[in-house]
Design a binder for this molecule. Structure first.
Ligand code: AMP
Length: 427
């Protein structure tokens, strides 16, 4: 299978070749022909599968055939939850459309609105937008959405998680009912399916990663460790494993700032990236990370969502996410478009509940390793996959019952660690 057989014309084939893509990814192979036929699409595909080209290439192909956009009008609208993702999709649109006479624009909050207004005034064929800024621009009558030909709702699950449902409903009310709709989501929860029912008609359904399972090319590990020792363990791993580019997730913005300081104190070039940082600071941090001047990017889930960093080899969960689906999203940052990656989670005993929820979601145990010198005083019990999770004791929420989710007497005895071996796998 190659891009030519998918029905794309010469200017797009040239752009694809310039990107160095030889074979379409599975989501591209399925989505491109469907979109070219004018069908609605509902795709379960997470970042890293090549989904952006999967919808952008056929949209460009279709738009190139029609009449160019005129003042304030938009022909294809791509809505996406975060600024970073919007910027990245905008870059893809520019790259893939390099040999076509189409105009595109990217709009998101946190930056000046006037340059965005000026761009929209001329009319754009493709607009990539976050929901809030799009509504602002519409309220100021700077953009007309009543002639949209194609709507893409990207990362729909994240949009709901981030509370954008009302904004999305408002945007939908501004669009013509006769249009093509493409919906992409990493996971398809009941909520997403309900939203989809109102949005897409007889969609072609595409699923490139089985529902709620983790990407196969990512090797996963969890390292039990006491909470206090997590910064020291992370420093040890970065230095010992000589990681040159690692994305570290923390649960909170405050946690990201604190960890960054701790890493900097150990001469590790780290930068935090989260919602309290200005757009400029985030763009700079990402650019530094891509260039290699920043070794560690410490990110919260929302900020890291959709970051397009090619072939990121290493992801670390410094804290486990409280929403188990975020684990799937986080480790999707590595092992992208077929390259292999490693996701390591540092797990303390108080995170037993989150670990149980994650393992049940992915229907798998995350293999454990103990690091010599960092063995926890409070070990993390092994959750059971087949039973609803035990509630942690109310009186001591930070210290879950070590027997929770275990049959009495069935917990395997802790094996001594072999001296001389730096890591040891535990069954
Ligand atoms: P996405 O899932 O759209 O975020 O894409 C993930 C990464 O895969 C991006 O860095 C793309 O440049 C890359 N990519 C997309 N399509 C292909 C392809 N057919 N071959 C190789 N890399 C690709």
């Amino acid at each position: 299978m190659n891009f030519t057989s998918l029905g794309l014309s010469a200017p797009l084939l040239q752009a694809v070749a310039e990107q160095g893509y030889e074979t379409p990814t599975p989501v591209q192979a399925q989505a491109i022909p469907a979109v070219l036929e004018g069908k609605d699409v509902m795709a379960a595909a997470q970042t890293g599968t090549g989904k952006t080209a999967g919808f952008t290439l056929p949209i460009l192909e279709q738009l190139a055939k029609g009449q160019r956009s005129q003042s304030k009008r938009v022909r294809a609208l791509i809505i996406t939850p975060t600024r970073e993702l919007a910027a990245q999709i905008g870059e893809s649109v520019t790259a893939y459309g390099a040999h076509l006479p189409l105009r595109s624009a990217v709009v998101f909050g946190g930056v000046k609105i006037n340059p965005q207004i000026a761009k929209l005034r001329q009319g754009v064929d493709i607009l990539v937008a976050t929901p809030g800024r799009l509504l602002d621009l519409h309220n100021q009558q700077c953009v007309q959405l009543d002639r949209i030909e194609v709507l893409v709702l990207d990362e729909a699950d994240r949009m709901l998680d981030m509370g954008f449902i009302h904004d999305i409903r408002k945007v939908l009310a501004l669009l013509p009912s006769k249009r093509q709709t493409l919906m992409f989501s990493a996971t398809f929860s009941v909520e997403i399916r309900n939203l989809a029912k109102k949005l897409v008609q007889n969609p072609v359904e595409i699923s490139v990663t089985p529902r709620n399972t983790t990407v196969e090319t990512v090797s996963q590990q969890m390292i039990p460790v006491d909470k206090k020792r997590k910064p020291a363990l992370l420093t040890h791993l970065i230095k010992e494993q000589q990681w040159s580019q690692v994305l570290v997730f923390t649960r909170t913005k405050h946690g990201a700032n604190r960890l960054t300081k701790q890493l900097l104190a150990k001469d590790i070039q780290a930068v935090p990236i989260h919602g309290n940082k200005s757009q400029n600071a985030r763009t700079k941090a990402l650019a530094g990370f891509k260039k290699g001047t920043v070794q560690v990017l410490v990110a919260t889930d929302i900020a890291a969502r959709g970051l397009d960093i090619d072939q990121l080899p290493q992801v670390v969960n410094f804290d486990l996410p409280s929403v188990p689906e975020d684990y799937v999203h986080r480790i999707g940052r590595t092992g992208r478009a077929g390259s292999s990656g490693q996701a390591i989670s540092l797990v303390s005993a108080d995170e037993f509940k989150q670990l149980s929820a994650i393992e049940r979601l992915i229907k798998n145990r995350i293999p454990r390793e103990y690091i010599v010198g960092f063995e926890p005083v409070n070990d993390v019990p092994a959750p059971r996959l087949d039973r609803p999770q035990a509630r942690p004791k109310k009186a001591h929420p930070a210290k879950p019952d070590h027997r929770a989710g275990q049959r009495p007497g069935k917990r395997p005895p802790r094996k001594p660690l072999v001296q001389g071996s730096k890591r040891r796998e535990r069954p």
